[in-house]
Design a protein around this ligand. Structure first.
Ligand SMILES: [Ca+2]
Ligand SMILES: [Ca+2]
Length: 219
């Protein structure tokens, strides 16, 4: 029996996933922020309640970032530096691309207050537990802020999208003054991203490829 001439079968699998770089990030509003430790009433929920802003309207990537109000009472403060961290529950699943942190900036006679944070690192999790399997960001530096009257517009980071993130741990890495122990404080924290879209499973793609093959053979 003469074998049928087989044309090369070319399957085009078109990914419907948009390049996330084309999409501007929206602000993410975490539903809770819990710290490994806090000093007095300066708990971590003060990082996500807009208490540190002059105004509370903002966009993460393409527009207005509010100025911080530089107030101790509205800042998260830890007295257990180093090793302190804050766990944020994002209240949903996001492809995270941005972080924005307003440093603590209460006046200290013309020099950055010693509580100010010099750098931090993020751990991204798709569940509520953090372990070695979770991916981590680079270490991000924070700008020093001097004095109550200074413009504290915070420090912005934009990174390659981390997909399917429901919880973020922000770990303090260094303090502005390089001191290895004592207190640390931040005023506000925001993340940016887009709500995650479930990816088509590999089983579904395989199924579609098989269908295309069958259809071709029947011709
Ligand atoms: Ca605050
Ligand atoms: Ca995890």
């Amino acid at each position: 029996m003469k074998q049928k001439h087989n044309k090369p079968l070319i399957l085009f699998i078109v990914s419907t996933t948009l390049t996330s770089g084309l999409l501007l990030a929206d602000p993410i509003f975490p539903v809770s922020a819990v710290a490994s430790s806090h000093f007095r009433d300066n708990s971590a929920d003060l990082l996500i309640d807009s208490s540190g802003f002059e105004e509370d309207i903002f966009f993460i990537e393409d527009s207005f970032i509010p100025e911080g109000n530089n107030n101790f009472a509205t800042s998260w403060v830890t007295d257990s530096w180093p090793g302190s961290y804050v766990d944020f529950d994002l209240g949903g699943t996001f492809d995270v691309t941005d972080s924005h942190v307003w440093n603590y900036s209460q006046n200290n006679e013309g020099v950055p207050n010693s509580f100010q944070i010099g750098s931090y690192q993020l751990t991204f999790s798709s569940d509520s537990t953090f372990d070695a399997s979770d991916s981590m960001s680079s270490v991000f530096n924070l700008a020093a802020v001097v004095g109550e009257e200074s413009d504290n517009t915070g420090s912005h980071e934009n990174f390659t999208a981390v997909p399917n993130v429901s919880h973020i741990r922000l770990s303090l890495v260094s303090r502005i003054d390089g001191n290895a122990s004592g207190f640390g404080a931040l005023s506000e924290v925001r993340f940016g991203g887009i709500a995650s879209v479930p990816e088509p499973s590999s089983t579904l793609l395989l199924g579609l490829a098989s269908l295309a093959l069958l259809k071709r053979r029947r011709k």
